[in-house]
Ligand binder design. Structure first.
Ligand SMILES: Nc1nc2c(c(=O)[nH]1)N[C@H]1C(S)=C(S)[C@@H](COP(=O)(O)O)O[C@H]1N2
Ligand SMILES: [Mo]
Length: 356
């Protein structure tokens, strides 16, 4: 990533680079090149396109090893997908929790080009009983917080076979350009509608198994306590994104002219459904008004929205909130459920501005 771009990003961590898109600059549907957020657990692995291989192993009919040229020779697909880190908005949690303190910008949208995972699975052939597809990254290392890894581990994460076959993309290009090093060169997974942790970067292997994958980033990290049924909550890997709206403008702390119209703008997204509505409150959540969705609905892509606010004449502080609803009838909870821990932070986020 060019340093001129990087300076426009909010640096949450230098090394490995964890960079946030300055969400208050949201204007285009696609996040500008070089401003797509970056979330990495280990240093970027050095991979050369010439030596790189994608190995498909486990319960295949035949083991397969593909070069980048092999993948380029297959039928390509291009999709627009919004990725959000499951820890986005973590800075809004009180008391403070472990992990990168993301504000609003661990979410971005790009156009991804590559080969459907289903086509690669078809080429390898599946043995009976495959349940999960493990996506293996080439990056590795040791982590100490919040829990210590069992020695050096790689970034690995699985998706159920059904999801793997439906719409997972093995992407080699982002917005028409080869993937940059930080976004997973030469190949990454894009798992539409799921939190970003499933979209494994720097892919080196695909492993087919008949048992649930129990790796570090599947169980100890990127999991939450799900309450379903009569038993106590169970630790469950994070998967689909939950419905959310965020306000881009005004930004928190902005001064807004009293008595003037102000165009409140933002974006809203969800997992496996479509955004059907966004409401805005300009009185701290007492009353809500319908915002206008300015993008057409498209699966797995955020919809920008706007709301024309007549700012009151009285100077002072005002708190704005936004909340979205999707076609599955889901909306945002008013509070953060404890079982979600440091992930899936989807209560409406307060944006307090000064009327002057
Ligand atoms: N190999 C590898 N893949 C990875 C990660 C990683 O650290 N290593 N981070 C994951 C997480 S948590 C997120 S949110 C997304 C971020 O993708 P981006 O950096 O392209 O925005 O990549 C995912 N894929
Ligand atoms: Mo993430």
């Amino acid at each position: 990533m060019a340093s001129s771009h990087r300076s426009e990003m909010i640096v949450r961590q230098d090394s490995p680079a964890n960079l946030e898109f300055p969400f208050e600059t949201l204007s285009d549907r696609l996040t500008p090149p070089g401003q797509f957020y970056v979330r990495s657990h280990f240093p970027v692995p050095e991979l050369s396109a010439a030596d790189w291989r994608l190995d498909i192993s486990g319960l295949t009919r035949q083991p397969l090893s593909l070069t980048l040229a092999d993948l380029h020779a297959m039928v390509s697909h291009t999709v627009t997908v919004t990725l959000e880190c499951a820890g986005n908005n973590r800075s809004f949690l009180t008391p403070k929790v472990d992990g990168v303190a993301w504000d609003l910008g661990a979410v971005s949208t790009a156009e991804w080009t590559g080969v459907p995972l289903s086509a690669v699975l078809e080429r390898a052939g599946l043995q009976a009983g495959v349940q999960e597809v493990v996506l293996c990254g080439a990056d590795r290392g040791c982590l100490y917080e919040p829990v210590k890894t069992p020695g050096i581990i790689a970034y690995e994460r699985s998706v159920p076979l059904q999801k793997a076959r439906s719409d997972v993309l093995l992407a080699y290009a982002m917005n028409g350009q080869p993937l940059t090093a930080q976004h997973g060169f030469p190949l990454r997974a894009i798992v539409p509608g799921w939190y970003g942790m499933a979209s494994v970067k720097w892919l080196r292997g695909i492993h087919l198994t008949d048992t649930p994958f129990q790796g570090f980033f599947q169980t100890l990290d990127y999991s939450y306590w799900e309450q379903s049924g009569p038993l106590s909550p169970q630790m469950t890997p994070l998967s689909a994104m939950q419905v959310k709206a965020q306000i881009a403008r005004p930004a928190a702390g902005e001064t807004v002219a009293a008595g003037q119209p102000y165009s409140v703008t933002g974006a809203a997204w969800t997992g496996e459904a479509e955004i059907t509505g966004v409401e805005v409150s300009t009185d701290g959540g007492l009353t809500w008004a319908e915002a206008e969705l300015t993008d057409p609905p498209e699966a797995h892509v955020w919809r920008r929205w706007q709301y024309l606010w007549q700012a009151p004449n009285t100077p002072g502080q005002v708190t704005l909130l936004a909340r979205a609803t999707d076609s599955a009838g889901c909306t945002q909870p008013s509070e953060h459920a404890p079982g979600r821990g440091k992930y899936m932070i989807t209560f409406p986020l307060p944006v307090t501005v000064l009327l002057e």
